[in-house]
Design a binder for this molecule. Structure first.
Ligand code: B12
Length: 469
């Protein structure tokens, strides 16, 4: 069959991300014997280009939708109207079935399928489900019987996809389909997965719904072969692991780092997600040896009360320990904190701010996010229901944000603004959404300045503070 795949994500904040999800599905579809063409809209300004693209022959159109919205209570943007428009345009030019997939489908499958008007949806990973769906369409059978596939007629509220055995996965080969340069020029890095799944139980999180809770690990040798291939084919030297959590399971993270060290890859890694629940004592050192230049630590709070309310599974002391471990090896940390979780009040906010001031490294930064996006099928949905923020369980397509009743928004805003003045390593989406950031990213990249560029955020804050005074 002739298949066209379109990645609709155009978001550039915090930086544009390569469409690996669509490329993985495309590679698996091609491997199954179909002809595949892919289109990425990241840097596409005009929508009519896509309308022309769908005019050449095809049997099925696959739409990849990554983000429902930007998850930001201060500057909330939904990406649903944009995708709806793309699908409506395609409908005007093509009678082929339209299949929607992507992380957004893992979050709110039925409501999204209905809202955007596609024929079928793939919930969760697409490498197997999409190929099976095509087989059914080719035979004239109903594809909604395929595991992971839903249609407008599907009655069950949600079906978890059985995960792919990661020992048999394909490589995304993004650079074979698109130029990776524009991504790298805007601080983007090449995304890699060393595993799928997440066994954690954080109250607000969707990862389990998207990837499943069982860890499915890739062979470190296969990951290293893929990195070598990307480095040599596309001249890419900067990578990021987009695993739910890089440091878990601990033994796998360690063997992967050792394999990278052994292979002398001479590449760098940034941003991969670290959860303080368990950080093997030797892992930070091994990560530095492997080429890690920074990590992201999703602590979310440094107050035991809030950590418990968010079911993070660790205590403040563990976050303190992790901060020390990274400082000892000189690895920069981009900390993330969610303010307003269950149990949050003025005292708990102070505890987190005190943690940032005292415990994090001098070269670290801390992003503070106001409120928590409530997602379907999460513990946060139950809390929101119990506290009357939502009236019924439904797939929350349009963003609803939880803010602890123990906290007054006006106070929080003032307190955080004061914290930023006192410690410019702290910032919120107010600074992150600044139109100046993409320009700065491109300039720094053009000047071949070493990453991560977020290390300049404190300087930007200091300048902004001067102007504000
Ligand atoms: C790593 C990550 C990041 C990194 C990305 C780094 C990088 N270099 O790529 C960073 C930190 C930068 C980031 C930023 C953001 N992220 Co993010 N991110 C993730 C995470 C953990 C993994 C994404 C990933 O690459 N997965 C691996 C790939 C292979 O999986 P995939 O894309 O889902 O593709 C599979 C399936 O979806 C499916 N599929 C995909 N396309 C198609 C198409 C068809 C036709 C079919 C059939 C199937 C199919 O098959 C693929 C292969 O199995 C997910 C959560 C998660 N566990 O999925 C959140 C997630 C995708 N992010 C999310 C969001 C909201 C954002 C931000 C908007 C938040 C913010 N303000 O910072 C930004 C947007 C960035 C951008 N430019 O788009 C949301 C999106 C859903 C939503 N809530 O709207 C998620 C799901 C987390 C969440 N909160 O729920 N993110």
């Amino acid at each position: 069959m002739k298949i066209k795949l379109i990645s609709t994500n155009k978001e550039k904040n915090p930086y544009p991300v390569m469409p690996i999800g669509m490329c993985l599905v495309g590679e698996a579809t091609r491997k199954a014997g179909h002809q595949v063409e892919m289109y990425d809209m990241t840097f596409q300004k005009k929508q009519h280009c896509i309308s022309q693209w769908v005019e050449t022959p095809h049997d099925v159109i696959g739409i990849s939708m990554r983000n429902l919205d930007n998850c930001d209570a201060l500057f909330s943007t939904s990406f649903i109207p944009g995708v709806k428009k793309i699908i409506a345009d395609i409908r005007g030019r093509s009678s082929a079935p339209i299949v929607i997939g992507g992380a957004a489908m893992g979050v709110a499958p039925h409501a999204l399928l209905q809202e955007v008007g596609a024929n079928y949806g793939v919930v969760g990973e697409g490498e197997v489900a999409f190929v099976e769906l095509l087989k059914h369409l080719d035979r004239g059978d109903d594809p909604s019987v395929v595991r992971g596939v839903i249609s407008l007629k599907t009655k069950e509220p949600y079906r978890q996809v059985e995960g792919l055995d990661m020992r048999e996965n394909v490589w995304a080969r993004v650079g074979d389909h698109f130029s990776v340069k524009p991504f790298l020029n805007c601080e983007g890095v090449y995304p890699l997965q060393s595993k799928r799944g997440c066994a954690l139980k954080c109250v607000y999180c969707t990862y389990v719904n998207i990837e499943g809770k069982k860890y499915r690990l890739r062979d470190p040798k296969d990951v290293v072969e893929e990195i070598t291939d990307i480095r040599d084919r596309y001249n890419v030297h900067e990578f990021e692991f987009v695993d739910s959590t890089f440091n878990l399971p601990a033994r796998h993270a360690m063997s992967l780092c050792r394999e990278i060290v052994r292979s002398q890859l001479n590449v760098s890694f940034f941003g991969s997600n670290i959860n303080p629940i368990h950080l093997d004592s030797g892992l930070p050192e091994e990560m530095v040896r492997a080429g890690f230049r920074s990590v992201t630590c999703t602590a979310e709070s440094a107050s035991d009360r809030v950590l418990k309310g968010m079911r993070k599974g660790f205590k403040r002391q563990q976050a303190v320990q992790v901060a020390k471990q990274f400082q000892q090896v000189g690895l920069r940390v981009f900390w993330m904190f969610l303010m307003g979780g269950p149990g949050e009040n003025q005292d708990t906010v102070e505890e987190t701010l005190e943690f940032i001031h005292r415990e994090t490294g001098p070269r670290d930064v801390a992003l503070i996010i106001y409120g928590i996006r409530v997602y379907p099928n999460t513990g946060m949905e139950t809390v929101a229901l119990e506290e009357g923020l939502i009236q019924q369980r439904k797939e929350l397509l349009w963003p609803v944000f939880y803010m602890s009743p123990g906290l007054e928004h006006g106070w929080l805003k003032k307190r955080i603004n004061r914290a930023i003045r006192e410690d410019p390593r702290i910032f919120t989406s107010n600074q992150a959404q600044s139109a100046f950031i993409p320009l700065a990213q491109r300039t720094l990249s053009w000047m071949k300045v070493k990453r991560p560029y977020w290390r300049f955020l404190p300087t930007i804050n200091r300048v902004m503070n001067i102007y504000a005074n």
